[in-house]
Design a protein around this ligand. Structure first.
Ligand code: ADP
Ligand code: ZN
Length: 192
């Protein structure tokens, strides 16, 4: 994104289904900031320690060092005054305070980049991501490939039976699907 003023911060959101390349895109932007000798701090929620507790890891095994935090306010407390860029992965697993925290950091002149799921396993907006989309200066919607038909995919299909909104840790529990192939009721039927 073009910089307009040397002391202005802003918020970028990278959003889409699972496997759509959100983490890859986040890592790419953060690496480029590091190459530009910007001070970068990177966070992810402590809930998502599937691959590593000290890295963001993409499904294609790109990775970058990160800190695991339990709340959005912990990010605010950890960001140092001379940090230029704040990267946050798995934004949907944070509390609603993430919206306020992102605004505060951007108001301090920092570039804030948040990646996260736009929808949950039923295709419902996954808070706080829709709220972040509303306040962001820049939005990128990434798309995966539907594993059923090969079309661009925007939905995350849950393959196991569970009505919990957050189910992490099960490696084969999700796949990317297009609108036609997506079946929100499958997770209720699975295992019956
Ligand atoms: P996200 O953070 O959105 O879950 P990642 O950045 O972790 O996505 O992973 C994206 C990578 O996942 C792709 O570059 C590709 O190598 C791999 N991948 C696996 N399944 C799919 C799929 N159905 N569609 C697109 N990419 C997929
Ligand atoms: Zn499809």
């Amino acid at each position: 994104m073009e910089r307009h003023s040397s002391d202005s911060g802003w918020i970028e959101v990278i959003t889409g289904s699972m496997f759509s390349g959100k983490s890859e895109e986040l890592i790419r932007r953060l690496r480029r900031a590091q190459i530009a000798r910007q001070k970068v701090q990177i966070f992810k929620p402590a809930i998502d320690l599937r691959f590593s507790d000290q890295h963001i890891v993409s499904h294609s095994e790109m990775k970058i060092a990160s800190h695991a935090v339990k709340s959005a306010n912990e990010i605010l407390a950890a960001v140092e005054i001379d940090t230029n860029v704040v990267g946050i992965d798995e934004g949907q697993f944070f509390d609603q305070d993430l919206v306020r925290v992102a605004n505060i950091l951007a108001d301090q002149g920092k570039r804030v980049i948040v990646a996260g799921l736009d929808m949950d396993y039923l295709g419902r907006p996954f808070e706080p991501m829709p709220l972040l989309l509303a306040i962001a200066e820049d939005i990128t919607k990434t798309r995966a490939i539907c594993v059923r038909c090969g079309s661009p995919a925007t939905y995350t299909q849950r393959l196991i039976a569970s009505r919990e909104r957050v189910v992490v840790g099960a490696a084969d529990a999700y796949e990317a699907r297009c609108r036609v192939c997506f079946d929100p009721h499958l997770s209720e039927k699975a295992g019956d």
